[in-house]
Write a protein that binds this ligand. Structure first.
Ligand code: ZN
Length: 202
């Protein structure tokens, strides 16, 4: 398991899954263990994600570690030579340059742990995540529980009608669904879209 490998070899670890799958919790768990091992850690997150706090990575169960919000992944390259572990949360919101930056950090001997959504609300690979997963030494998919049937969920179903790709996760905006329930929900939405609403204005 790469997360327990503390020798001085750089690597990239990816933790990914849907909304409410515990990605951030798993990222924080690994970072805290590195802290217990007296390793110097830093955490970055995109400036776009200011749901709870500008400087803290906060998971849904309110664990938190102070982080640095950045808009350009290249800023991560400025970490000091004493840094051994770099964490990145909400990585799906960064552009593709994140992949090269993570590679450069890992090549320096840094352990890079990246957490993010693997797919967007349409079920498509999200931002730099697919390429990160390809070049990573270790990928862990974590799962939420489908709110409709109790199976393992790997889809983030949007309850709002907005088509904006960046709509940050609160419990009333997304729900985790399994493949079957997600497909059923999407099919129903498509049907609603194509059915004229005769009495809409009354
Ligand atoms: Zn289900």
């Amino acid at each position: 398991m790469f997360s327990e490998n503390y020798k001085k070899t750089g690597c990239i670890e990816v933790v990914c899954g849907s909304m409410f799958s515990g990605k951030t919790e798993e990222l924080l768990r690994r970072l805290k263990r590195a802290q217990f091992a007296k390793q110097k850690i830093v955490i970055f997150k995109p400036t776009i994600d200011n749901r709870y706090s500008d400087v803290e990575v906060v998971s849904h169960d309110f664990h938190k570690i102070t982080s640095t919000p950045i808009s350009d992944p290249a800023e991560m390259l400025k970490v000091g030579p004493d840094v051994q572990v770099v964490g990145v949360d909400e990585a799906q919101f960064f552009d593709e340059s994140l992949v090269d930056v993570c590679q450069q950090l890992a090549n320096r001997g840094i352990r890079v742990i990246v957490a993010g959504l693997d797919t967007d609300f349409l079920g498509q690979p999200f931002g730099p995540m697919p390429r990160l997963m390809a070049v990573a030494e270790d990928v862990q998919k974590v799962h939420a529980i489908c709110v409709r049937c109790g199976a393992l969920a790997n889809h983030s179903h949007r309850l709002s009608k907005s088509e904006d790709l960046v709509l940050l996760g609160e419990k009333n905006v997304y729900e985790p669904l399994c493949r079957d329930c997600y497909n059923a929900a999407r099919a129903r939405e498509e049907q609603e879209k194509s059915t004229p609403r005769l009495f809409e204005d009354q």
